[in-house]
Design a protein around this ligand. Structure first.
Ligand code: NAD
Length: 431
């Protein structure tokens, strides 16, 4: 779906006119998945403990250390900042360097997890960084994405896959997020993985299937029997397999377990299939309520439980569910949908604890306004509002969601579980 305003604001006359009228001037997002920041300015906000780890990881990624402002990325270690007085250094770093971050650049702020704060002041400062980072992300503009990464107070966090993601074009539309990365043993990488993607025949699901296949995985694309043709074509194109079934059917969990068993288990499960049946609660019939709760919430829980019971999610496995910004912010006409998508968050946070002993992680993404057939059907003015009301000033693409899921499912992301990551360009909706 083309975004004419974005094109216009970036034409010669359009840029001048939007500037003169004080209208938004969104910068086109460079979402090239292989693009990585060439240089990063790394700063310590005072007594940080991650300097050595950052040096090693940046070297491994091939990101050069910048010596002054004017880099693709600004990485700040704030793990040593635990007092109000200590925030002065943080102020100075960003005051001096924020403007030097190049368009489409990245900001990564690393800090200790407030849940582990040793005293009230540290708890206040570490949590305060969330408000600080979210404001920075809004001020940065120019398609710059900024995130806060919380790490435990002790041990070496498994940061590799997260830095690789955050410094790349893959994280283009996730901004203003606070992500917890723990200490974890990272399993072997480079093995061919088997990935189940539900709702794979179109939209976000198709982008997820493609990005996993590009990364070398065998993708089992699942969708409704009516989508069989598109699924079969996709399976041939991606060298994967097709599974045509309705996830709400009584025999669905059994058939999925059977498929997993035939393949020696799944490494990754992506619960992407979802539906909307919008009506305000007073006008909503029970069928709309039940259908949404079944597809978006009950079926993913049943399928996952069946796979776990049958031991068909391999050790080191990854479960990623697709929630929605509606589940966080709520939306008129979407009591059923928002309920189900908030339910996904509650389920995933609990599931993460249960599967941890098996080395399996469970996370969710919450997309905002993504350009798909679903949002193309939204009335013009609401569509325009959805596109502009975020820090990027434009809608996201299905691949933005897919790449975020790919990062959470990465073998290197063993230290991330129970996280809910919004892919919304830092939408103004919700928290
Ligand atoms: P879409 O309607 O284009 O695709 C959804 C897919 O799920 C379809 O192929 C559909 O056939 C499949 N599906 C639906 N019910 C199924 C069932 N019972 N069994 C098997 N497959 C089933 O939607 P999309 O925009 O690509 O959305 C994908 C996911 O992202 C959904 O969970 C949606 O709620 C979520 N989401 C989308 C947006 C957005 O802006 N597009 C925003 C937030 C969340």
């Amino acid at each position: 779906m083309s975004d004419r305003y974005l094109d216009f604001a970036n034409s010669g006359v359009g840029h001048w006119l939007t500037g003169a009228l004080g209208l938004p001037q969104p910068v086109p997002i460079d979402r090239d998945p292989v693009r990585l920041a060439r240089s990063a300015l790394v700063a310590d906000a005072g007594g940080g403990r991650l300097g050595g780890l950052l040096t090693r990881e940046l070297e491994r990624l091939g990101v050069a250390r910048a010596v002054e402002a004017g880099a693709d990325a600004l990485i700040v270690d704030a793990t040593g900042c635990a007092t109000v007085a200590g925030t002065g250094e943080l102020y100075r770093i960003f005051h001096d360097s924020l403007r030097g971050v190049r368009p489409n650049g990245r900001i990564v702020l690393l800090a200790h997890d407030p849940a582990q704060a040793p005293n009230e002041e540290a708890a206040a400062i570490w949590r305060g960084l969330e408000g600080f980072l979210r404001s920075l992300a809004k001020e940065a503009r120019r398609a710059i994405a900024a995130q806060l990464v919380y790490v435990p107070v002790e041990g070496e966090p498994a940061l590799g896959s997260t830095l690789g993601f955050l410094l790349s074009g893959r994280s283009a539309y996730a901004s203003g997020q606070a992500i917890r990365v723990g200490v974890a043993a990272v399993g072997p990488t480079g093995q061919k993985r088997t990935v189940l993607v539900t709702g794979a025949s179109r939209g976000i699901g198709a982008a997820i299937a493609e990005s996993f296949a590009r990364a070398g995985a065998h993708v089992v694309g699942l969708d409704m029997p009516g989508a069989q043709e598109a699924l079969a074509e996709q399976a041939v194109r991606l060298g994967g397999s097709a599974l045509a079934l309705d996830i709400t059917a009584p025999d669905a969990p059994g058939r999925i377990v059977e498929d997993a068993r035939a393949r020696g288990g799944y490494d990754v499960i992506v619960h992407n299939a979802g539906i909307t049946r919008d009506k305000t609660i007073a006008r909503m019939d029970a069928d709309r309520w039940n259908a949404v709760m079944e597809v978006n919430l009950a079926a993913p829980m049943r399928v996952t439980a069946a796979l776990l019971d049958a031991g068909q999610i391999r050790g080191g496995g990854r479960i990623v569910a697709v929630s929605s910004l509606s589940g966080i912010a709520g939306n008129v006409g979407q009591t059923n949908y928002a309920f189900s998508k908030a339910g996904v968050i509650g389920w995933i946070q609990r599931l993460a604890r249960e599967v941890a002993p098996a080395g399996i992680t469970a996370n969710a993404v919450a997309p905002g306004f993504i350009e798909t057939q679903m949002t193309a059907a939204v009335p013009f003015t609401i569509r325009q509002a959805g596109r502009r009301m975020n820090s990027m000033g434009q809608g996201g693409q299905p691949e933005d969601v897919a790449e975020t899921i790919g990062w959470l499912a990465d073998p290197g992301s063993a230290g991330i579980s129970g996280e809910i990551v919004r892919v919304c360009g830092q939408s103004l909706l919700g928290a």
